[in-house]
Write a protein that binds this ligand. Structure first.
Ligand SMILES: [Zn+2]
Ligand SMILES: [Zn+2]
Length: 334
């Protein structure tokens, strides 16, 4: 038996269930069909409220919602024969797993570093994103091939089903956008998910328009064309993401800061003669690390702590809080 309190369900969910009901009722003009689909959506809400109501995480609800949409789209895609719907579903699946990565990364990266993993577990998210993105790219290539085959040999598609599923997908995307909107200002992960899903609503709109063309004009060819558009969109997003992840794994200098800026900042200190051997990298796209050699203009002093402190505070001014500095003393022969 399910038990839940009203407060444990975000109000957007009721809106979602209601919209699902209206959509199916209007399009299918079949009350039973509408009741069945809406009950399924409502049960999903009830179960999530039951199991995780106390968690209260909007990110969690977004994950559940997206997972529901993906499953609905893939089933609907197979039944209606629409490849565009299936490709949109894979997109949503990938989005769901990247939401899960954001959700999991927050938990895992809090795990303390130990003697073996001396940097901690911040790169778990990077690794997971690499796997997720590579898988999505492989699926995109497969779907593109299918689209070409269907373009050459179009098949009959159930336009009604295509439209209603895509409408449910669009509504789900909009609800997710609302769920994440407030938190998107707090966390970078959530912000990127938010921006992404907001952009995705567009691909659902494409599928709806395609469904209308198929329903009224029987332009079956629209489906493979739409698939190619959706797949191209997926590929562009994946390649962008892959590039960022590879840069981090290759220890590239993080965005927004250059080796020259680091050198300039340290060289400005009046006791510094030169800075060299500078390495600049990030573990997860947020924490920036620097390693460098600094030649100081004093070969007498035994107390280098003051010099180090000055260099470190200079570095923290430009946003670097993890540094390894090797001091080298230069003695003028005069
Ligand atoms: Zn997406
Ligand atoms: Zn050196």
């Amino acid at each position: 038996m399910f038990s839940f309190t009203k407060n444990s369900i975000p109000q957007y969910y009721y809106l979602y269930v209601l919209t699902c009901f209206c959509i199916t009722l209007i399009i299918h003009r079949n009350f039973h069909h509408a009741i069945i689909l809406t009950t399924a959506a409502f049960l999903e809400v009830k179960m999530s409220a039951h199991n995780h109501g106390n968690l209260g995480s909007k990110l969690f609800y977004s994950i559940l919602l997206n997972l529901g949409i993906s499953i609905a789209e893939i089933v609907g895609g197979i039944i209606s024969g629409s490849l565009a719907l299936i490709s949109d579903s894979f997109h949503n699946f990938a989005d769901t797993s990247s939401l899960i990565i954001s959700y999991g990364a927050e938990k895992v990266s809090r795990k303390q570093r130990n003697k073996k993993y001396t940097y901690g577990f911040k790169r778990v998210e990077i690794l997971a994103t690499l796997i997720n993105t590579t898988a999505l790219l492989a699926i995109a290539i497969f779907l593109f091939r299918e689209a070409i085959l269907k373009f050459l040999n179009p098949s009959v598609i159930d336009g009604n089903l295509m439209i209603s599923i895509a409408l449910i997908g669009l509504t789900g995307n909009i609800v997710t956008v609302f769920l994440l909107f407030k938190d998107s200002k707090k966390s970078l992960h959530i912000k990127s998910s938010f921006v992404h899903i907001a952009g995705d609503s567009l691909s659902s709109v494409f599928v709806i328009v395609g469904g209308l063309l198929i329903k009224f004009y029987e332009w079956w060819i629209v489906d493979p064309i739409l698939t190619m558009i959706v797949v191209t969109y997926i590929s562009i997003q994946s390649i962008k993401m892959l590039k960022e992840v590879i840069e981090i794994i290759m220890q590239a200098a993080p965005k927004g800061i250059t080796v020259d800026e680091v050198k300039e900042a340290i060289d400005k200190l009046n006791f510094v003669n030169d800075t060299h051997h500078i390495h600049l990298w990030t573990t997860n796209g947020k924490d920036i690390y620097v390693e460098c050699h600094v030649i100081i203009d004093n070969c007498e002093t035994d107390n280098i702590d003051n010099y180090l402190d000055a260099i470190k505070s200079k570095l923290s001014e430009i946003g670097i809080n993890h540094s390894t500095i090797q001091i080298e003393r230069q003695c003028n022969s005069e």
